[in-house]
Design a protein around this ligand. Structure first.
Ligand code: SAH
Length: 400
């Protein structure tokens, strides 16, 4: 008999709208016993059953909904949910290439795929699983088994070492979950560009698949331009810019290891002209100020900083940092220049981000146009009931 989590009166509305998080403040009481990750029945104060969730006593998100329907949460549930997520992606023409042998694709996107705290990326023949919830932790072997069945692949590497696990009372874990061998470095082909992924040591699951289509767009816009790629990580935007015929590409990151991989990535693409690429290990905020003092100009600038605001509580300080780099970016653009600017902060929504960028342009004394609003690709869907899932937003701007 599973335990029952009973919500306080009037606190059922968000779950009834199918939002997957039950906050501690909405809970009246737990009837019965439940350990971290156990499945509990969720009930409104009036006794109405709202679904089943994973209980997490250590977290402010006290429970995460697995289902809003009257179904059991068991191995078959995870097989169904995982195979549906994989099939839905496989059916999309724009992701067809990502299911080839050198594809890179997100297979499970957490809450938006009905699997709170469960992320899965596939790089070539390696599946990388990242668990950040107590419920995901309890079912990790079932989820890994379901992934193997759904993909026909045989190796699953676990990258459950994100800091947010501490909020759920979970220890970090990193290593093979299915299959074994040395830590892998698969090389994926992203819209024709080869990119090595450090599955064990890279950021997140090794790479930022969410920017795949934006990197291609950068390539399409780069012909003949002087490109500046800020926060370049392993050089994704830079490689696409070179492939697109950029006149020069200067890439900046503060991480030495990321830049080493970036240089290796260039050698994985022998057709690209490495003489046009420069790599700078530096703090972007300082480097842009130096360039400004030197009077340097660029025709296309990419700003893809790390998450300045993990939650809404950090939005104000994040806004200052976003404004600062965008202001510097505008000042370094040549007339008619293009700016691709992003925020991957969950605490900054698209409208707020656009307002910050508009303030930066105003302070820089420039006029600019929005050519496109940018987001993650179709393998990072956003649940309509879960707007928090839209963490990545960007703007393509042109200086008038
Ligand atoms: N655009 C990349 C992803 C960027 S992730 C891609 O397409 O793959 C953010 C990067 O910013 C990380 O590589 C991190 O090392 C770097 N970074 C964080 N703070 C920085 C700073 N102040 N100056 C320079 N780089 C920084």
């Amino acid at each position: 008999m599973s335990a029952t989590l009973i919500l306080a009166p009037g606190r059922e509305r968000s779950v009834m709208r199918r939002h997957p998080w039950v906050f501690a403040g909405s809970v009246d009481r737990l009837e019965g016993r439940a350990r971290p990750g156990d499945t509990v029945l969720v009930q409104a104060a009036n006794g109405r059953v709202l679904g089943r969730a994973a209980y997490s006593p250590a977290s402010q998100i006290r429970a995460r909904m697995w289902t809003f329907d009257d179904v059991s949460v068991d191995d078959a549930f995870f097989r169904r949910t995982v195979s549906r997520a994989v099939e839905q992606r496989r059916e999309l023409p724009e992701l067809a290439a990502e299911f080839g042998p050198a594809g890179g694709v997100r297979l499970l996107h957490g809450e938006s795929d009905g699997l709170p705290g469960v992320i899965t990326d596939r790089y070539g023949d390696v599946i990388v699983l990242q668990i950040t919830s107590a419920g995901g932790e309890k079912w990790r072997l079932s989820i890994a088994d379901a992934l193997v069945r759904a993909t026909g692949l045989t190796r699953v590497f676990e990258r459950s070492d994100s800091d947010v696990r501490a909020l759920e009372g979970l220890e970090p874990r990193c290593g093979w979950l299915v299959g074994d061998g040395d830590a892998p470095f698969p090389v994926i082909a992203e819209h024709g560009v080869n990119i090595e992924v450090d599955v064990a040591g890279g950021h997140k699951t090794g790479f930022y698949l969410d920017q795949r289509d934006n990197r291609r767009l950068c390539g399409e816009l780069s012909a003949g331009r002087r490109v500046l790629n800020c926060f370049c990580y392993t050089g994704g935007f830079s490689l696409h810019a070179l492939a697109g015929g950029a006149q020069s590409v200067l890439s900046i990151d503060s991480s030495g290891p990321a830049l080493e991989t970036a240089r290796r990535n260039l050698s994985h693409n022998p057709a690209l002209d490495s003489a046009r690429a420069d790599w700078l290990e530096a703090d972007v905020f300082q480097a842009l100020r130096t360039f400004r003092a030197e009077g340097r100009k660029f025709d296309l600038i990419v700003l893809d900083p790390p998450k300045f605001a993990p939650s809404a509580a950090h939005a104000r300080s994040a806004a200052r940092a976003y404004k600062d780099i965008n202001l510097l970016g505008f000042r370094l653009l040549a007339p008619g220049g293009l700016l691709m600017t992003y925020s991957c902060s969950g605490g900054v929504d698209p409208d707020f981000f656009q307002k910050i960028v508009a303030d930066a342009a105003a302070d820089a004394g420039v006029s600019a146009q929005v050519l496109r609003r940018l987001a993650a690709g179709a393998d990072h869907p956003v649940g309509l009931a879960f707007p928090e899932g839209e963490y990545l937003k960007g703007l393509l701007l042109r200086l008038c």
